[in-house]
Design a protein around this ligand. Structure first.
Ligand code: WT7
Length: 632
């Protein structure tokens, strides 16, 4: 049987060759890639799909357990290789190196703990934890027994946590007493306590002791360290169907509540590994570090699953780039001789604001590959990254993808295909992107601009929105029938490189976080002194985009600090990441006759535009534009 290494492009010809195979004979191609994994039973059919239903099934009737591929498979050849290298928030505390063998044991122990709490195949487990190794252990322990993990980023508020627990009716909650973030200690457990007041589905909660904060333990709440005492480290992996659910991960929509994107076992396993190896060109002694949080898809696919499936050493960092100072990332690169560094443009921009001496005092010569993800990277940031971090010798992979796609879709392959500042460049092997015009017709040729769409399924496409298949269809498959519509605009250069131009819907990417404006408006409107509000994004030097809220008050004479109260309201409902930079109290909002707010105008005002608002004749209240501008 061939190994996956045989399918990794090592030069441009191999990329072209693999790409053609993947497009001309997708089923054969993916079937060969899938054959390099360990399966209990081989699939009987590679792909069944229908863009209109929509329905996607890969490796039908194949049986597997993804943790046997992440862990057991590596035990024969490489039991002592470091799987997870943990760097704590406090640089003076000890690094932990967890080998594949240790990780396997700890996952099995915790899987048995979950079983003892009556967690069964298909049950949902909510994980709300800081970036500590136990988070990865929790994720894999769920997968081991076929439970569905739903990781909620530990920066989310109690209301946001509760909404996610309720939406997927999680049975168990895994959390911690607190988390360290730079010089701050965050009381996770009290956030959890508040959330649980409204969650009936949670039968028990297991609390990992991280900060030693004084916490109140309620009924059915136990300590992690007590639970794992004297528990067997043997746990047979549950046999899963390819299409069984592996996890749910919530992402914001442009309207309504967050969408629980569902990923399944087989296709996700194959695609996360294949992209990891091709994009980063990981070699067996490399030390790979992705700075994301496991609460986001980047952490799922490229801290946990992709790297571990590939048998790599994956770094987990608990802290923030600014603590103890802005040289922390570079200290870590030197300390662990990091070869691969994958981060977000917003982090690069923030770090570039500080003296390069913070970079130069560190030995970064171990670096081979740099990556970025989460939002478009501007040319200045790209150049700074290239020159100061990569010393003009490391390829930069600008990876475009989404929670929904499960893995990287547009990217260069490090050192194999060419990179180009601000361009995500080419499709990943197996991916068929197109540009569409407003009528949904494909725009042929290069040097064009349009709406980005994907015209053929790939193994890790999300299967549905948990509990709401109709919404899945509406959001991604209705505007442009026959395609997957990601919600981004793009252009191509004369060589067919893709550049993402930004969202074409009401989602704003702030510091790499995908935020729907409607849920933020809903949060603002909850305030008793608010009549109505509109939130828009505008370009921001460091964050990429920032938010500005226009708010109509019931009574402007009420003597409270409305700005502060609105921000608190948002922090409480969604989380601090969703707080607008600017809150402007306005007498009214520009509306068309149907009552719809004309956000186009607000976006222009927020970007500093003073006059060119285009046609405002369809407005019900054109005079409002001037009134908003006077106070802007
Ligand atoms: C949206 C998806 C994929 C992991 C992180 C975000 C934007 C993502 C890029 C990039 C330009 C990018 C898109 C996309 N985005 N990567 N390299 N260049 N834009 O996942 O939270 O699901 O957000 O992030 O707008 O649709 P997400």
């Amino acid at each position: 049987m061939k190994k996956i290494e045989n399918y990794i492009a090592k030069n441009i010809n191999e990329y072209n060759d693999l790409y053609s195979k993947s497009i001309n004979h997708p089923e054969n191609f993916w079937s060969e890639i899938a054959s390099t994994f360990s399966w209990r039973n081989k699939w009987t059919k590679t792909l069944e799909y229908d863009f209109n239903k929509p329905e996607f099934k890969w490796f039908l009737n194949g049986k597997l357990n993804i943790t046997e591929n992440c862990l057991d498979r590596h035990l024969e050849e490489n039991p002592n290789k470091t799987a997870i290298l943990f760097e704590p928030n406090d640089p003076n505390k000890e690094t932990q190196k967890i080998s594949y063998k240790d990780l396997h044991q700890r996952v099995c122990v915790f899987a048995n703990v979950l079983k003892s709490k009556n967690v069964e195949k298909g049950d949902r487990v909510c994980i709300y934890m800081p970036m500590v190794p136990e988070l990865t252990i929790a994720v894999l322990a769920c997968a081991r027994i076929g439970a569905v993990h739903s990781v909620v980023f530990a920066g989310f508020s109690s209301t946001a946590l509760a909404a996610r627990i309720k939406d997927s009716e999680c049975k168990i909650l895994l959390t911690a007493d607190g988390s360290f973030r730079g010089s701050k200690v965050i009381d996770l457990k009290s956030i959890v306590d508040e959330a649980l007041l409204e969650c009936d589905s949670i039968e028990s909660t297991i609390v990992f002791k991280r900060t030693g904060s004084n916490v109140k333990m309620n009924n059915n709440e136990t300590w992690w360290h007590n639970e794992i005492e004297d528990v067997s480290d043997y746990c047979e992996a549950e046999e899963m169907d390819s299409e069984d659910m592996l996890f749910i991960l919530y992402t914001s929509g442009s309207t309504g509540k967050p969408k629980g994107m569902v990923h399944s076992c087989g296709g996700y396993m194959v695609y996360s590994t294949y992209t990891f190896l091709n994009v980063f060109q990981y070699q067996s002694n490399d030390i790979y570090w992705c700075t994301a949080d496991i609460g986001w898809i980047t952490g799922h696919s490229y801290i946990v699953y992709g790297p571990l499936l590939a048998g790599a050493t994956s770094v987990m960092f608990e802290g923030v780039p600014s603590y103890p100072d802005y040289s922390r990332f570079w200290n870590i690169v030197e300390k662990h001789k990091i070869t691969h560094f994958y981060t977000a443009p917003t982090a690069i921009r923030a770090l570039a604001k500080h003296s390069v001496s913070l970079v130069e005092s560190n030995d970064l010569s171990s670096l081979k590959v740099l990556g970025t993800v989460g939002e478009p990277i501007n040319e200045e940031a790209w150049n700074w990254y290239d020159k100061n971090i990569g010393k003009s010798k490391c390829p930069i992979v600008d990876t475009w993808w989404q929670t929904e796609t499960g893995g990287i879709m547009l990217t260069s392959l490090a050192g194999v295909t060419k990179d180009k500042p601000t361009f995500a460049t080419k499709p990943m092997i197996g991916i068929q992107p197109v540009l569409l015009d407003k009528d949904g017709k494909e725009i042929l040729g290069y040097d064009k601009e349009g709406i980005l769409a994907i015209k053929y399924p790939w193994p890790s496409i999300a299967r549905t929105i948990y509990g709401n298949h109709q919404r899945y269809k509406n959001v991604y498959f209705t505007a442009y029938p026959g395609y997957y519509f990601p919600g981004d605009g793009a252009l191509t250069d004369s060589e067919g490189n893709f550049r993402i131009t930004g969202r074409v819907d009401d989602v704003v990417i702030v510091s790499g976080h995908n935020l729907g404006t409607a849920p933020i408006e809903d949060a603002i409107n909850l305030h008793e002194n608010v009549v109505e509000s509109a939130v828009v994004g505008y370009p921001h030097e460091i964050k990429g985009n920032a938010l500005r809220a226009f708010v109509i008050l019931l009574d402007e004479a009420v003597i409270v600090d409305m700005e502060k109260e609105i921000k608190e309201q948002i922090s409480k409902t969604i989380g601090p990441i969703a707080k607008p930079d600017i809150i402007q109290i306005v007498p009214g909002l520009p509306k068309i006759r149907s009552g719809k707010i004309m956000r186009r105008i607000l976006r222009k005002i927020a970007s500093g535009e003073k006059e060119n608002f285009g046609d405002i004749s369809t407005l019900l209240n054109p005079e409002i534009v001037k009134q908003i501008l006077i106070k802007a």
